[in-house]
Design a protein around this ligand. Sequence first.
Ligand code: ZN
Length: 166
Amino acid sequence: MKEKTGHIRDAITNENADFLSGKKYKNYTACKKCHIIFIDGKWHYNETLYNEAVKKKLIQKEIVCPSCKQIESNRPNGYLYIAKEHLKGKYDDIKNMVKNIETGELKHFNPLDRLVEIKEENDQFVFTSTTPRFSDIIAKKIGKVLHKKPEFHWSEDNKFVKIYIR
Ligand SMILES: [Zn+2]
């Protein structure tokens, strides 16, 4: 894959764009895994809304959303590599920060930005994400906390990114 550097925030896969537009979804379609729910032309990633809809028996259709499919089949579009030495004594804090980014305000902005997994590879931790944008966002925040500059390697079409904090 040809790579280039730089950072572009709006890279989004076509599949995700189709999904977010919601064109082919009925009102009250919901993902049975993450509970994202389509109401009045918009996806909401909000457990309270979902629970209310279930209680009132409003759910029309159950699906598995693109993010959950991606997580299930472990096909991330963003990789963030962090040298283990930088996370000594900070791993839990960083992990919680990433979780808070995923489940906080961001999910209202783009509910398909999700963490896939955190794994160990030799002397690095690898944080994988469903979207390159999520990797971009967490890399910049983690970089700030660690006082390190992340190094970005975007694919030519901006649909895939590898980021290194060395
Ligand atoms: Zn889902």
